[in-house]
Design a protein around this ligand. Structure first.
Ligand code: ADE
Length: 250
């Protein structure tokens, strides 16, 4: 997968050289290209923002540098035989970033992330590229960050670990909270490793029993309990048809 990121702070993305994503890049599974938006300005101050039309606080990112940058990036990909990218714009007013969207984006060959700062990017940029590309404005949660950079790091980590060959054990992806399957829309229950007792806290006996059926049942119970405690919204949205008799009794 190829990922281009445009930002006025490309140094925010140093963590993409580390750990899983860093290794995926070394191994050629992921090709990340960072771009400084200011390289597409043509004034001495390398200006990327201006005051908002209609008044109000803060500054808005000017459309011209974004247009120049995105045109160049899209053309460079076309020159290397790549199709059109999907454009992702992080913003608190976007559609929610979910595991389902991460799975969908992990199947794309090419993503371009456009990181806004200040009050956001002039809306005509999204309107312009929506005539040519799939454009998604995406929010990672109901809070406001200082810019899109950290949101893009979050999305790339969630997407990157789904790429074939990135995780050592392919099962870890299917076991995830929110992963499609039997435990879909439940959060994961607690996990344990050795030793069997630590500071008086024992690992639940069932996990040491070797009884796979009982372990699976216990894990599902724990997932349901945790979802009930921490994410009642998910439980309320659960399709009752996916619950068995034992689940209902909990
Ligand atoms: N930029 C600022 N806040 C954001 C959020 N919650 N999600 C995505 N991008 C953002």
């Amino acid at each position: 997968m190829r990922i281009d990121i445009v930002s006025i702070f490309p140094e925010y993305f140093a963590p993409l050289g580390v750990s899983l994503i860093g290794k995926a890049r070394e191994r050629g599974i992921l090709d990340v290209c960072l771009h400084q938006l200011r390289d597409w300005t043509d004034d001495v101050h390398r200006t990327v923002d201006d005051t908002p039309y209609g008044g109000g606080p803060g500054m808005v990112m000017k459309p011209e540098p974004w247009g120049e940058a995105l045109d160049d990036i899209i053309t460079s990909g076309a020159a290397t035989g790549q199709d059109q990218p999907r454009l992702i714009v992080p913003t608190p007013s976007g559609r929610p970033f979910t595991q389902q969207l991460a799975v969908e984006l992990a199947a794309e060959p090419w993503l371009v992330f456009a990181c806004g700062r200040y009050e956001g990017i002039d809306s005509r940029v999204m309107a312009e590229y929506a005539t040519r590309l799939r454009v998604d404005e995406v929010s990672i949660g109901d809070y406001v960050l200082a810019g899109g950079e950290v949101a893009v790091l979050v999305m790339i980590e969630a997407i990157g670990r789904l790429l074939p060959g990135v995780l050592g054990n392919a099962d870890s992806v299917t076991d995830d909270s929110f992963a499609p399957g039997a435990m879909h829309n439940l959060v994961e229950g607690p996990v344990y490793t050795k030793p069997p007792e630590w500071r008086g806290h024992r690992v639940p006996d069932v996990l040491l029993s070797g009884h796979h059926g009982k372990i699976a049942r216990w894990r599902r119970d724990q997932a349901l309990r945790r979802t009930h405690a921490n994410r009642p919204d998910l439980l309320a949205a659960l399709d009752p048809a996916t619950l068995d008799k034992h689940d209902r009794a909990l």
